[in-house]
Design a protein around this ligand. Structure first.
Ligand SMILES: NC(=O)C1=CN([C@@H]2O[C@H](COP(=O)(O)OP(=O)(O)OC[C@H]3O[C@@H](n4cnc5c(N)ncnc54)[C@H](OP(=O)(O)O)[C@@H]3O)[C@@H](O)[C@H]2O)C=CC1
Ligand SMILES: CC(C)(CO)C(=O)C(=O)O
Length: 351
């Protein structure tokens, strides 16, 4: 069986390497580019860091998307904005493969011209991976990865096949599950990302320097979550609960607990050390650090577009989009001060 990963950066390289390690009988191909791709092509392996330590996994690689030809499964792990281009480059080589998105953001339109809905599986992962240096990927956070049908289809048959495949990976804390309301799951995660991306604007640790910081939490954090929920309600999107810790309602409970005087101290004491040692490294932060275009249009920008479709406004998410684009125009690794972010959002919410 051939399994390809189209656009193997942090997520694609890690899942490909784990799959090849635990299921060596599979033909696993990574389609790569850039410095990371160059390093993999020179060593013929992906170096992985995680709770298992350091492990190098020999892997088949290609710089040509058309080399996915003959695949049974093609995982698409490019950033949302690169989806249409990657599918176009792979073209007819995708053949009858089941195409599986493991991406953030709502990018279904990009698939519509390339993949029949019955062969398309939409995924959402709560794990956190990063390219540490070219050729090396790390897992910061384990968690579940859920799969379900694209918008307009009800069958989870193809998603179940994907789960069966990925269940060959045996890493404690990594779980693969089918879900019939994957759109509700994706919007749950999109909201967490919309919030997290705001913390990236000031390169703040999402937990210890953003959520734990009362002014940021009250002015920026609460405003983003409330605005997202208002927009979903206006367009009829039903959020589905994400199993495990990375769920919006759990995050909101944490925000509430941080408002209570004694509980606030207990929670911070319990979590501060863990998140200082092992911060969540958002993919948007990784992009800003490297001076790459970000996915903000598919996350906060999606909330803005949904709001427009319902004839309402989403000024807070719009501002996060604008500020991200401002940083994209600057030299790599330019960030705002946290107070600048608070001030810009508070100007909107005060008016
Ligand atoms: N990293 C994480 O922890 C998480 C990421 N996600 C989501 O998963 C998706 C993938 O993210 P991530 O792995 O971090 O992103 P990366 O940027 O690390 O990986 C994407 C890779 O695809 C390459 N690429 C883009 N277009 C093509 C193409 N046409 N042909 C070949 N290669 C291509 C990119 O190259 P280049 O760099 O040159 O553009 C890059 O190496 C995103 O939607 C992200 O939001 C979701 C949860 C967690
Ligand atoms: C929330 C997080 C870090 C992983 O689940 C993510 O989605 C991202 O890096 O964009």
């Amino acid at each position: 069986m051939k399994v390809s990963f189209l656009g193997a950066g942090a997520i694609g390289s890690m899942f490909a390497a784990l799959l090849k390690h635990y299921a060596p009988d599979l033909d696993v191909l990574v389609v790569v580019r850039g410095a990371h791709g160059q390093a993999i092509s020179e060593s013929g392996e992906i170096r992985t860091l995680g709770p298992w330590g350091t492990r190098s996994v020999p892997i088949a690689w290609s710089f040509d998307p058309a080399d996915v030809a003959g695949s049974d499964f093609v995982f698409v792990t490019v950033k949302s904005q690169g989806t249409a281009e990657a599918l176009q480059q792979a073209g007819d080589a995708i053949g009858d493969a089941v195409v599986v998105s493991i991406q953030n953001g709502i990018n279904d339109q990009a698939y519509a011209n390339h993949v029949a809905p019955e062969r398309l599986v939409m995924g959402m992962t709560t794990t956190n991976m990063a390219v540490r240096e070219p050729g090396t990927v790390s897992m910061q956070l384990d968690g579940c990865t859920l799969f379900g049908p694209p918008i307009g289809l009800n069958s989870i048959a193809a998603a179940e096949k994907v789960v069966e495949l990925l269940n060959r990976i045996h890493v404690p804390g990594l779980e693969f599950l089918p879900h019939s309301n994957i759109l509700g799951i994706r919007y749950n995660k999109l909201t967490i990302n919309a919030l997290g991306y705001a913390s990236c604007l000031s390169a703040s640790n999402f937990m210890t320097e953003a959520l734990f910081h009362r002014p940021w939490r009250r002015v920026v954090g609460r405003a983003i979550v409330d605005e997202c929920k208002r927009v979903y309600s206006a367009v009829g999107i039903q959020i589905a609960r994400i199993p495990g810790r990375s769920d919006l309602s759990r995050l909101e409970n944490l925000m509430l607990a941080l408002e209570l005087p004694i509980l606030d101290k207990v929670v911070q004491l319990g979590l501060r050390g863990k998140f200082e040692r092992s911060p969540i490294v958002f993919s948007l932060y990784q992009d800003l650090e490297r001076g790459k275009p970000t996915e903000v249009e598919h996350i906060n920008g999606q909330v803005v577009r949904l709001a427009e479709s319902a004839g309402i406004h989403a000024p807070v998410n719009r501002e996060i989009v604008s500020m991200t684009h401002e940083l994209e125009q600057q030299a790599a690794a330019t960030f705002y001060a946290r107070q600048d972010v608070i001030d810009r959002i508070s100007k909107l919410t005060a008016s």
